[in-house]
Ligand binder design. Sequence first.
Ligand code: ATP
Length: 435
Amino acid sequence: MSSEDTTTTEPLSDRVEAALRKVRDPDADVNVFEAGLIDDVRIDGGDVTVQADLSEFPPSEGQAVTSTMMRAVSDVDGVERAHVEQAPRSVDTQGREVGVERADRVIAVASAKGGVGKTTVATTLACALAADGDDVALFDADIHGPNVPELLSVSGPVQSDEDGHPVPVDASASDAADGKTSGDGPGDLEVMSVGLMNDSQPLAWRGAMAHDALTELFEETAWAGPDTLVIDLPPGTGDVALTTLQEVRVDGVVFVTTPFHAAVSDTHRSLQLFEENEVPVLGVVSNMGEFVCDACGEHHDLFDGDDPIDALDAPVLAEVPFTGEMQSHPRPTPDGVPDVALELGAAVGGRIEDIWTVEVPEHAVDLRGVPPEKRRDRVREAFEGIGSGERFEVVSDRNPGPVREFLEDLIDGKLKGFRVKRQNPDTWRCRTEKP
Ligand SMILES: Nc1ncnc2c1ncn2[C@@H]1O[C@H](COP(=O)(O)OP(=O)(O)OP(=O)(O)O)[C@@H](O)[C@H]1O
């Protein structure tokens, strides 16, 4: 029996509205109409569709409000089916530009294994950079397990601009991070994720499908001109990582690992893949290697023995302990940005500056800006000017791979070691020893 029986003479629309007015906004002591959450109520026979904007709620709270509204409407006499749908949000499409190349710099966050905290670190890094005043875009490329929206408590669906380009969701923490930021206050934080398009469905894209879906999002998303784009890659070196490396000029990669031998040796192999694809390695974040006891304040190692990360040829950017704070709130809270997040942001920023600053050793040949027809002469002169066993080094603004062939022609033999490394997007270095 319905609680509305006494008023069945009133039109259905009035009774549905009266029922909805009993549902409260959990964040404010007003009903959902007064809170401005209801956009529209459509009635078609016994079918009632409520269009509500619940995008500001964390997913679990939004779900609870949806269920309460569904129950309230279903209980009204004469209602056969009740639906609650997310109202289309109006998005600011002014000044947006399409494609990942709009970002001034692109940082990928990768891991060899799943579950080591890559998404947590990517989200923390994006929040820390935004808290420091950067306009940040966070691209969740983990298409098989897109967790970024959940960590940042944002929900979809993604809206499109007038040309049909998907517009990322705003995740700025305008009033968070009080007092713990530097610069002129926090920058913007925007998020794009397949998790915002397909709210709860795990995606089973493979191979070409994954490649096409991701390529389209990289090419089509209309960003607001970010300073930094952070890409959260899926674990491992599968289709998505390869697509990202093909489609995006990645300026640096941050690796996340636990200080556990098996995880670190896989990390070593993944690092090589990025280096082979000429992506500068910014460094490694060692996550969950210790926890700090709430009761005694002591640090406790969670892994025994030597730290295997020391053996990686990459700087350690941060050692993030296992904490409840990191687990529940990688994003800034009204109390500020966690210190560990600020340290991570500062370490990554510092490394970027380091690799952008090119110091050319006195003995090295600097080919930057040298016209193509003069490059060989410069290399020959320098090589002929050093003695056997001495180090020969080139700094160049293009891949100096062909230098090897040229030197081997000069000596009419093979060089033993010849190492090429891309220091930053515009600078390569290569090194060998004169036989
Ligand atoms: N420093 C930390 N302290 C406490 N919990 C953490 C920390 N880092 C990550 N976690 C928790 O570990 C779990 C896995 O983290 P996360 O989802 O970031 O890993 P991931 O490497 O991105 O996983 P995958 O890519 O396989 O989805 C999450 O529950 C997260 O809250």
